[in-house]
Ligand binder design. Sequence first.
Ligand code: FES
Length: 188
Amino acid sequence: MAVLSPELRGEAERIKARYPAGRERSAMLPLLYLVQSVEGRVTRDGLREVADVLGLKTAEVEAVASFYSMLRLRPTGAHVVSVCTNLACALRGAKEVYAAAHDAIGSHAEEMTEDGLLTLHEEECLGACDAAPVVQVDFANHDRVTPERMRELIEALRRGEVSEPSAGRAPRDFKEASWILAGLGDGA
Ligand code: FES
């Protein structure tokens, strides 16, 4: 079954049209976010459809998709909790924050919880080192997170609540965050 409905296929063509003739492959990332916003990850069918929109081989699209940690090729929970454990965050307690997230989520990193709600991801630098240790929930930053705060963020997700991030608005879930990253504005 097609990932993109006829309406979303039209959206994909409009995304492609943002780029000059001959540079259409620059639309690859937003198109990958678009298919991710539908299925909550990028499936083989999604890769094929992005390749079809761009006139590329599926392997060319897969090579890009597999490079970026924001694009998820594996089964993924409704919410992705990413904990930065790189140097600045590690110096300020990120290992303990990561351990708290691991315990609270109760599944291995990169795997989806049995209820399909959560996926834990260990991230490299999120580019916000001054706010270390940094956690993202569906790409929204939470600054200076303690192990206790980490547990609260996960408990809130289990109650169906998305906590306010340190800046901006929290996406409803990973699918909506992907929709926003496709450049399609708020709200899938
Ligand atoms: S090292 Fe964690 S945000 Fe840079």
